[in-house]
Design a protein around this ligand. Structure first.
Ligand SMILES: N[C@@H](CCC(=O)N[C@@H](CS)C(=O)NCC(=O)O)C(=O)O
Length: 200
């Protein structure tokens, strides 16, 4: 299997972290692609987004949540997605929260890159509120230390993206538990090997 990815994408990073945590990264090739300009991607994924996982038979899976669940099912010991029940709902909710916040961060970046005349009043503030409220929600229900579930991986991907795109925002000052958790999580080999580029 081969992952079409961009090194700046938090969703692609989420998949790569999951593969690493499951011991599958050596079985997953990587193909770096620019989803905005590479026409080959749309032939696999009508949405032309990364991550897209190309399977051995030439078919493809897209949407990071689905790709991660597929990878979990390929592992000798699936452990990112609990069976139906409270633990599953909890981690899927955390994944949804973190993915939505990462999406808001991406849209905030795009808004800030627009010329002043094209900016829509109130949009930046709305995206920022989503990011801040998501961080507050994660602080109130901070992920545990130890082997992660999918929601914890998504949370780390979101925060990693925030630090990558918006360094020095000071989000840690009022979220000490989340900050401590993220520091410990960031030392995992899965995080180190999938780090966003330092400049882009
Ligand atoms: N919900 C999707 C989001 C994927 C996504 O938005 N990827 C961005 C890069 S971070 C992308 O490929 N954008 C290109 C486009 O929107 O055309 C997932 O979880 O995989």
């Amino acid at each position: 299997m081969k992952l079409w990815y961009a090194p700046t994408s938090p969703f692609a990073r989420k998949v790569r972290i999951a593969a690493h945590e499951l011991g599958l990264s050596s079985r997953m090739g990587l193909l770096k692609v620019d989803p905005w300009t590479d026409p080959r991607l749309r032939a696999l994924n009508p949405l032309a987004k990364v991550p897209t996982l190309e399977l051995a038979d030439g078919s493809a899976l897209y949407e990071s949540a689905l790709i991660c669940e597929y990878l979990d099912a390929q592992a000798d010991t699936p452990r990112l997605f609990p069976a139906p029940g409270p633990a599953r709902w909890h981690t899927l909710l955390r994944q949804g929260l973190a993915d939505g916040a990462a999406s808001a961060a991406g849209r905030l970046l795009a808004e800030r890159r627009k010329p002043d005349a094209e900016r829509v009043p109130g949009m930046e503030a709305r995206f920022q509120q989503a990011i801040d409220a998501a961080l507050d929600a994660l602080e109130k229900d901070v992920p545990p230390f130890g082997d992660p579930l999918i929601g914890d991986i998504a949370a780390a991907s979101f925060i990693g993206y925030l630090d990558f795109r918006f360094p020095g925002t000071g989000w840690r000052a009022t979220r000490l538990k989340l900050s401590a958790w993220f520091d410990v999580f960031s030392a995992r080999p899965s995080m180190i090997e999938t780090a966003h580029p330092t400049a882009s």
